[in-house]
Design a binder for this molecule. Structure first.
Ligand code: GDD
Length: 300
């Protein structure tokens, strides 16, 4: 939810906080006295983590540590959800589940893995803390940040459809992701904290698609067909009239890439009775129509 929306909701009370600032966390926890804590704060952009590795570590590992340690002191009975990520699996081949090996390839994945091992698994065993972690695969919605590949694609294609932009550029078109709806993932987070014992779960749809397939599906929702031609950095996607709408640009490639993510959420299905309610097609449709509406509104 956008901060503006949250601030205006009568059922929510916003407290100022900062994971880089222990006194700020202490004050917020003392004021809130929470029963449940959901730590979703992160430098969550994998690409940027290569450029800002220290900041990524500082927030995603050290920041989580500050929060969890202060929670243990101020509200030791609070149940804690900590956001882990499929990026921790890195090069481990799919399908990935809770028993799969971790092999991160980015500063983002490394910081998240350190937090998972030390603060989630470690503190749970050592301090008997009620803490669990969702190992979430990609979770998307119309509220997704505009630099992530799904939203970048739906927003750019909406601009192109309405004649406001000619083309846009992407990096690796072959990367495969297990894209689910963020709303489904949030339901799983809540379910985890309602269980008798704290445990970690992979949350995923079990289906993966390439970036290329996401582009094709989003274009199709707008009545556009993409035809690909050329190879590598010279590859382009053209519309039915032969106009270039997608280009490949090396600046969007990562120094090292997680090539193939597809989660096996059998444990969550069995123990949490959770499943994804949104298909890939529904997700793409939801994102495309929201962006089409957004762009139309901005035009008026
Ligand atoms: N962002 C971006 N921009 N990614 C691109 C682009 C581009 O122009 N072109 C290709 N990609 C590829 C990336 O290289 C990656 O393989 C894939 O698209 C998805 O990239 P993102 O949308 O940036 O997401 P992510 O998979 O790296 O990370 C997201 O999901 C993780 C869970 O698996 C983030 O939300 C992470 O915070 C989260 O942990």
């Amino acid at each position: 939810m956008r901060l503006k929306t949250i601030a205006h909701s009568p059922r929510l009370h916003l407290l100022y906080g900062n994971l880089r600032d222990s006194p700020a966390i202490t004050r917020a926890l003392k004021e809130a006295q929470p029963d449940e804590i959901y730590n979703l704060a992160a430098q969550s952009d994998v690409g940027i983590s290569f450029k800002c590795p220290e900041e990524t570590w500082e927030v995603n590992y050290a920041g989580a540590k500050r929060l969890i340690r202060e929670a243990m002191r101020i509200c030791p009975k609070a149940r804690i959800y900590h956001a882990s990520t499929s990026e921790m699996f890195g090069t481990t081949p799919p399908p990935q589940n809770e028993l799969s090996a971790f092999a991160p390839v980015s500063p983002y994945g490394e910081a998240k893995l350190k937090a998972y091992r030390e603060l989630v698994c470690g503190y749970r065993a050592k301090h008997k803390l009620f803490i669990c972690s969702g190992i979430l695969f990609n979770h998307e919605s119309s509220r997704r940040g505009e630099h992530f590949v799904t939203r970048k694609t739906t927003l750019s294609l909406a601009h192109i459809k309405l004649g406001l932009q000619k083309s846009f550029a992407l990096g690796n078109l072959e990367a495969k992701r297990d894209w689910g709806f963020a709303g489904d993932s949030v339901r799983a987070m809540h379910l985890m904290l309602q269980q008798k014992t704290p445990k970690d779960y992979v949350i995923a749809t079990g289906e993966s698609h390439t970036v290329r397939e996401f582009v094709e599906a989003a274009a199709k929702e707008l009545g556009m067909t993409i035809r690909w031609s050329g190879k590598g950095l010279r590859e382009v996607g053209k519309d039915a009239k032969g106009r270039i709408v997608v280009r490949v640009d090396k600046k969007f490639f990562r120094p090292s890439e997680v090539r193939d993510l597809r989660g096996d959420a059998s444990s969550a299905r069995k123990e949490l009775r959770w499943k994804s309610h949104t298909s890939f097609k529904q997700l793409v449709r939801m994102m495309v129509s929201a962006d089409l509406k957004n762009v139309r509104q901005q035009m008026h």
